[in-house]
Design a protein around this ligand. Structure first.
Ligand SMILES: [Zn+2]
Length: 232
């Protein structure tokens, strides 16, 4: 039997049959992997913890590449404080889903940034909204989109008020904006650019929805609106 070791996080876990689970792991080494965790739903299953979404560790996998089976796991972190806060819980679900969808192939930088963001929410007092913002900005930059929210991508002026995003020009001022584009209001722009991060949570969520629209356009990643309605 082949065996391998990967550093990975569980992004999804679905029961299968009476006692098995089908896990989606995102690994540093190989990106997304589907793994069967046998008998993990039995009452005394030793590896139950390894099947929980957000469990981060070193996973030992056996079996053929198309039929990987969980053999063992050394846990690094479960980010458990996140599960005690409903808003952080939804934020982490958004992060796991985003990471999973953007990791069809190995994406080690985004992986590291996702772990950093979960850690900051679990242990360093980072709010759910700020965690989502950080992750969405990483999702853009780690996939090659360095979006500048400070200067107009067309005329080069310093952005002060609202701006408009288009795939062709990036972020532009309202004079340079074409008819179609994602409008980002002045408060959202200042928040996303880091100029003023001290705004009420509802406004942060509004900014995050604009970021999610941009990501939908450039990366084709649709982020479920339900994550944001949970916040508002
Ligand atoms: Zn301009």
């Amino acid at each position: 039997m082949d065996a391998k070791k990967v550093t990975a996080i569980v992004t999804r876990a679905v029961p299968y049959g009476d006692t098995d689970m089908i896990l989606t792991l995102v690994s540093v080494e190989e990106g997304r992997l589907t793994v069967t965790a046998k008998s993990c739903l039995k009452p005394k299953a030793k590896l139950r913890y390894a099947t929980e979404p957000m469990n981060f560790g070193e996973y030992m996998l056996a079996g053929k590449p198309e039929r990987l089976v969980l053999a063992d796991c050394v846990q690094f972190d479960s980010f458990s404080p996140i599960t005690l806060d409903i808003e952080k819980y939804y934020a982490s679900a958004l992060i796991l889903e985003g990471l999973q969808k953007l990791s069809i192939e190995s994406n080690p930088t985004l992986f590291m940034h996702a772990i950093e963001t979960l850690k900051a929410m679990a242990y360093e007092g980072k709010s759910a909204e700020d965690g989502v913002t950080d992750f969405l900005i990483y999702a853009l930059s780690d996939n090659g989109y360095q979006v500048d929210f400070n200067t107009c991508g067309s005329c080069g002026c310093i952005l002060e008020e609202e701006c408009v995003f288009s795939e062709k020009d990036g972020v532009v001022c309202s004079h340079c904006a074409e008819f179609k584009g994602i409008v980002i209001d002045a408060i959202s722009r200042k928040y996303i650019s880091g100029e003023d991060r001290n705004i009420p949570p509802q406004l942060k969520t509004k900014a995050n929805m604009a970021l999610a629209d941009i990501i939908g356009q450039v990366l084709g990643l649709k982020i479920g609106k339900h994550y944001f309605t949970e916040f508002i």
